[in-house]
Design a protein around this ligand. Structure first.
Ligand code: TYD
Length: 208
């Protein structure tokens, strides 16, 4: 049995995380490892309730700082009650988004201070972080066109304008540049098969 790893997948809306999550799941299972797949915001019953508030509640305008704190509250619950216990039992954990999203959306998108987000994380989860983060990078127009194609009801985030997503994208890229060992950027403009192939190469290189 290999050491259990924690992997997150990130990207702006419409970057194509779903097929990459499936690719990673299949690769880990093919190594004979057990894996749980989870997501943020959410992943536990309580954190899923917070997710509902964050994505769909429109009863009054959510303050930016309150948005960050709700993301954090959901994250602490998720880390302490689900992710860390699974890793301790030897299970791999794959999360559809994790803390980099707070730097990208609440930091880049909403303009909250990175230092403040750092401080909160340090207080809430210490230096706990993914072993590997796959960042799917795609120009904002392409991502938005993919989201529009889905035809689902829009979340609070999906209602934002192009400039918001440009800031989110740049914040993700800046974060990747500052942590190149952990965050691997994959060009997600190309077709799904090429993206999946690139992801498999990253996993194989690290952990085969
Ligand atoms: P989701 O429907 O999962 O969007 P996607 O399919 O694009 O992942 O909704 C998650 C949304 O929450 C997404 O728009 C990004 C946002 N988010 C933050 O703003 N901050 C965070 O810390 C996290 C984890 C997510």
């Amino acid at each position: 049995m290999k050491e259990a790893r924690f992997i997150s997948v990130e990207g702006t809306d419409g970057a194509g995380k779903t097929s990459v999550l499936a690719t990673i799941e299949a690769w880990v299972k093919a190594q004979g490892e057990t894996l749980i797949t989870t997501r943020e915001p959410g992943g536990t019953p309580l954190a899923e309730q917070i997710r509902e508030l964050l994505l769909n509640s429109r009863c009054d305008k959510l303050d930016d700082a309150a948005e960050l704190l709700l993301m954090m509250a959901a994250r602490v619950q998720h880390v302490r009650t689900k992710i860390q216990p699974a890793l301790a039992m030897g299970q791999w954990v794959l999360s559809d988004r994790f803390f980099d999203a707070s730097y990208a959306y609440q930091g880049g998108g909403r303009g909250l201070s990175v230092e403040r987000i750092d401080q909160l994380h340090r207080w809430a989860i210490g230096d706990f972080q993914p072993d590997l983060t796959i960042l799917l990078d795609v120009p904002v127009e392409i991502g938005q066109a993919r989201v529009a194609h889905r035809g689902d009801e829009k979340t609070r985030f999906e209602e934002e304008q192009t400039a918001f997503f440009e800031r989110v994208r740049q914040a993700y890229l800046a974060r990747a540049a500052a942590a190149p060992e952990r965050i691997v950027v994959i060009d997600a403009r190309v077709d799904q098969v090429a993206v999946q192939q690139a992801v498999i190469e990253v996993l194989t290189e690290r952990w085969s």
